[in-house]
Design a protein around this ligand. Structure first.
Ligand SMILES: Nc1nc2c(ncn2[C@@H]2O[C@H](COP(=O)(O)OP(=O)(O)OP(=O)(O)O)[C@@H](O)[C@H]2O)c(=O)[nH]1
Ligand SMILES: [Mg+2]
Length: 312
């Protein structure tokens, strides 16, 4: 009779329970160049969200606040599952964090450069079995938009916008709150989208949102400022509604400074992030656009090809 298997042998033959895979990939990296972003996109589809807006309109703060919320725990139905641009995020966040500790620092200005910088997020839906998704965020310097307002050539430096799934045009709420500045704030936002449309930079499946930032400032300023914001929304809708297939409006306060007990408000970031990372429905949108400009950089060309594939 064969010997009964020893306890050790039985243990050795028992099915091995695989350790749970490490959930978070950590890459200590600065913000990504176009080539790095291209590499991420070629490996797995990535959803590109571009923040546009006049200088000081709140682009960097919005980006930093989203990263901070995701690093604090589940947010908007997502869990943070890694980033290839952790250092870049940390750089734009550290002053943001100090601010919540009571100091009065500021976010550094988004640098003006020929190339856009990208911040990468790997996200996993909080629903069981949800797949990992990749999101690239980019904020473009207010100065570049100022130049793009006056020059088609500068606008065409922004060809990568064609690759964007979502374009967020920020309307500076702090300027809407001040009588002498509100008309300029409105026209700045309007002319940014105008120049993108003139340069045929908006893909037919691109979600475009005018986002009123610093809502706390508008509400604090009172009825007239809120009324001006509402009128601005109506004007922009009338002006662009027919030309932009997926146009939306939203209000956020990514880093409210006004005393919340005096001006209680929803910062709007959860709904914003869900919308900005949701692709527009398949089948929605107009006919595909012609071809990339001959002198477009590779990433931009890839954007056109990628969009063309999505269109078909
Ligand atoms: N009150 C208030 N201030 C805000 C809010 N969001 C941003 N700010 C402030 O607005 C200022 C400009 O914000 P940034 O995020 O640096 O603006 P930006 O668009 O990146 O500016 P540039 O990089 O210069 O183009 C900073 O002082 C922020 O603290 C908000 O929700 N409420
Ligand atoms: Mg900035």
């Amino acid at each position: 009779m064969a010997d009964a298997p020893s306890a050790e042998a039985a243990a050795a033959n028992a099915p091995v329970e695989e350790p749970a895979p490490a959930f978070i990939d950590v890459y200590a990296g600065n913000e990504l160049s176009s080539e790095d972003a291209d590499a991420v996109t070629l490996r797995s589809p990535a959803h590109l969200v571009v923040f546009a807006g006049a200088s000081e309109s709140g682009k960097t703060t919005a980006l930093a606040s989203l990263y901070e919320r995701l690093s604090d725990g589940p947010f908007a139905g997502f869990q943070f599952a890694g980033s290839r641009s952790l250092l870049g995020f940390e750089q734009i966040c550290y002053l943001n964090r100090l601010a919540s500790g009571g100091a009065d620092p500021d976010t550094p200005h988004t640098p003006v450069s020929d190339e856009a910088a990208y911040y990468h997020l790997a996200l996993r839906g909080t629903d069981p079995g949800a797949k990992r998704r990749h999101v690239l965020l980019s904020a473009i310097s207010g100065e570049l938009f100022r130049l793009a307002k006056y020059s088609r050539e500068d606008c065409e430096r922004l060809t990568f916008l064609h690759r964007a799934n979502t374009i967020v045009v920020l309307v500076d709420g702090a300027r809407l709150a001040v009588n002498a500045q509100r008309t300029n704030a409105q026209s700045d936002a309007s002319s940014i989208l105008e120049s993108f449309l003139d340069a045929k930079m908006i893909g037919s499946r691109c979600r475009v949102e005018f986002v009123f930032s610093k809502l706390d400032r508008v509400v604090e300023a009172g009825e007239a400022a809120v009324e001006f914001l509402n009128t601005t929304e109506t004007k922009l809708r009338t002006k662009f509604g027919d030309r932009v297939p997926h146009l939306g409006f939203r209000r956020i306060a990514a880093r409210p400074e006004v005393d919340q007990s005096k001006v209680p408000l929803n910062d709007g970031l959860v709904d914003a992030f869900i919308a900005w990372t949701t692709p527009v429905a398949v089948g929605a949108g107009a006919a595909p656009q012609n071809a990339p400009p001959i002198d477009a950089r590779e990433f931009a060309k890839y954007g056109w090809r990628h969009s063309a594939r999505r269109e078909s």
